[in-house]
Design a protein around this ligand. Structure first.
Ligand SMILES: [Zn+2]
Length: 175
């Protein structure tokens, strides 16, 4: 079919200071996301401020050929403290891509206006009335984790150690 449009999906990240790093150009949106997600796991090792996935229609001149599918901003994770917390501001959702964390905040799909947040490693799940409250729930959890492992800031391997400590603690409490 002659009118089949060919498209490419481009993933990129922007460093602090505005330098843009291209992660590649892919024939499917899924692959672009996979590559981006893998990259974001290590985002605490760089100073990144945002990421985008855009789709380009081939052979279209000018800006009509490009569409932004997603823009995310990078923040410090409220739970593990690493800079691996990525927020999609448009369809409000946020997720920590850091190893052993995966803290998240998202608008409830069942109750619009309600914000859900969670931390899978300990099956923490809470509902909040707004985004601020959801974040403060996660910060509280992060503080608790830091208190248990008796550190002020969490380094590269600490979330894993912290988690083990936490599991031990939970096991003790339930005895
Ligand atoms: Zn985290």
């Amino acid at each position: 079919m002659a009118d089949d449009v060919q498209r490419v999906y481009v993933a990129s990240v922007v460093e602090e200071g505005g330098n843009s790093l291209a992660l590649g150009c892919f024939s499917s949106e899924e692959t672009a996301w996979q590559v981006l997600r893998t990259f974001l796991k290590k985002s605490d090792q760089m100073l990144l401020i945002s990421s985008t996935v855009v789709v380009w229609d081939i052979d279209v001149i000018g800006e009509d050929g490009v569409n932004v599918l997603s823009t995310m901003e990078c923040k410090d994770c409220p739970v593990c403290g690493r800079r691996t917390f990525w927020m999609d501001l448009e369809n409000f959702s946020a997720l920590c891509h850091g190893n052993a964390c995966a803290a998240w905040v998202e608008e409830s799909t069942l109750e619009p206006g309600i914000i859900d947040c969670g931390w899978p490693p300990v099956r923490f799940l809470k509902q909040a009335k707004d985004i601020d409250e959801a974040f403060s729930e996660l910060f509280k959890l992060g503080d608790k984790m830091k208190a248990i492992s008796q550190v002020d800031t969490l380094g590269e391997n600490e979330p894993q150690e912290m988690l083990e400590e936490f599991e031990k603690q939970v096991a003790l409490d339930s005895n």
